[in-house]
Ligand binder design. Sequence first.
Ligand SMILES: Cc1cc2nc3c(=O)[nH]c(=O)nc-3n(C[C@H](O)[C@H](O)[C@H](O)COP(=O)(O)OP(=O)(O)OC[C@H]3O[C@@H](n4cnc5c(N)ncnc54)[C@H](O)[C@@H]3O)c2cc1C
Length: 341
Amino acid sequence: MDLSELTTLRVGGPARELVLAESADAIVHAALGVWATGEDWLALGGGSNMVVSDDGFDGTVIRIGSHGITALPSAAGTVRLRVEAGEPWDDLVAHSVRQGLGGLEALSGIPGSTGAAPMQNIGAYGQEIADTLVAVEFLDHETGQLVRLPAAELSLAYRSSVFKDGRAGIVTALEMDFDDADGLSRPVAYDQLAAALGVAVGERAPVAEVRAAVLALRASKGMVLDPADPDTTSAGSFFTNPLVTAGFARSLPEAAPRWETDSGEVKVSAAWLIERAGIRRGFRLPGSGAAISSKHTLALTNTGGATASDITELARLVQERVRNEFGIYLRPEPVYVGFGA
Ligand SMILES: Cc1cc2nc3c(=O)[nH]c(=O)nc-3n(C[C@H](O)[C@H](O)[C@H](O)COP(=O)(O)OP(=O)(O)OC[C@H]3O[C@@H](n4cnc5c(N)ncnc54)[C@H](O)[C@@H]3O)c2cc1C
C-alpha cells in the first residue's frame, strides 16, 4: 500500500513493511521486534503532519491504532484522563466537550492521533497541548523500556518538543488534566475566537460554543479535513511562524504582524512574509499538482495528482522567495519521510 493512502497530503510511495498495532502492548511488541533488527522504522498516526517521498519508506512503518479513554484518580475540580495513542485527536476533544470539561476546546478540528500531539506541541486559537498534558507513557528507543515522562521533561514549546529534537521512541498513551468547571472553557486567549464568541479575551465561554466557533473558523480556512474541500488535502500549516531576535524584528516592515514571546524572541507571521514575497493564495507552478491553498497562505495542498516532489518544489520556492526578500528561513512544520539524511 502506498503511504499516500495513509497521509492527508496524499503523496508518498510504499513502506517496505507496514504493521498495524491496536493496543499499547501491540505497539511495544511491534517496536521491540523492529528495533532488534536495527532497521529503519517510523511511527505513523493519522499521517497529517508528514510529507512522504515518492520513493516511499525503506523500513517498517508501525501504524498506531490503539484506542481508549479512561478516567484516572484526580484532585478535586480536575478530571484526569488516560488516552491511548491511536485515539483520534478530535474524538478526544469532542469527548471532553461532551463531558463539559475545559482544556482542549480551542484545539477542536485538528486531525491526527493523540499520540502524535506532543510531538510538535499542537496548538491553535490560543491553546496548546502543553496546557493540559500531565505525562506521556513512552517506549524509549534507547533503552527499550516503557517509561512515564512528566510533561515538564518534554521541553514543550512553540511547535517543538524533545521528540522533535531527536528523542526517539513511541508515545503509547497520554495523561491529561481537564478543568471540571461547570462546562466552561479555559480563558479565551485569541482575538479572532473571542470576537466570534462575542466575549472579551480572558473570559470563559461554554466549551461546546467554543468548539463550534473554532470548527467554523477552521472550516473557513480549509483547516478541517473535508473530502468535499480540496483545500484540505494538505498537512495543515506548512511553515512555522519564524522566531527572530528583537533587533532583527525591528528591521522588518512595520506592517509585519509579530508577537513577543516569553524567551524575548519575536514570532513573525509566516503567512504575511509569504504574501509580501509575492506568493498569493492559489499560486501554483506550471504543470504542478501542488498549490498554495485558496483559503490559507500557509497551507500547501495537493490539488489532485500531485507528487511529493511537486510539494517539496513548491515549498522550496516559497522558502527561497521569503529568504531573498526578508533574509528569513521558513522552517517546514511537517516531518519529511524517506527523503534521506
Ligand atoms: C487540515 C490540517 C490542519 C491542521 N491544523 C493544525 C493545527 O491547528 N495545529 C497544529 O499544531 N497542527 C495542525 N495540523 C498538523 C497535524 O494535524 C498535527 O501535527 C497532528 O498532531 C499530527 O498527528 P498525526 O497522528 O497525523 O501524526 P503523523 O503525521 O502520523 O506523524 C507526525 C510525526 O509524529 C510521529 N508520531 C506519530 N505518532 C507517534 C507516536 N505515537 N509516538 C511517537 N511519534 C509519533 C511520526 O513518526 C511523525 O514524525 C494540521 C494538519 C492538517 C492536515
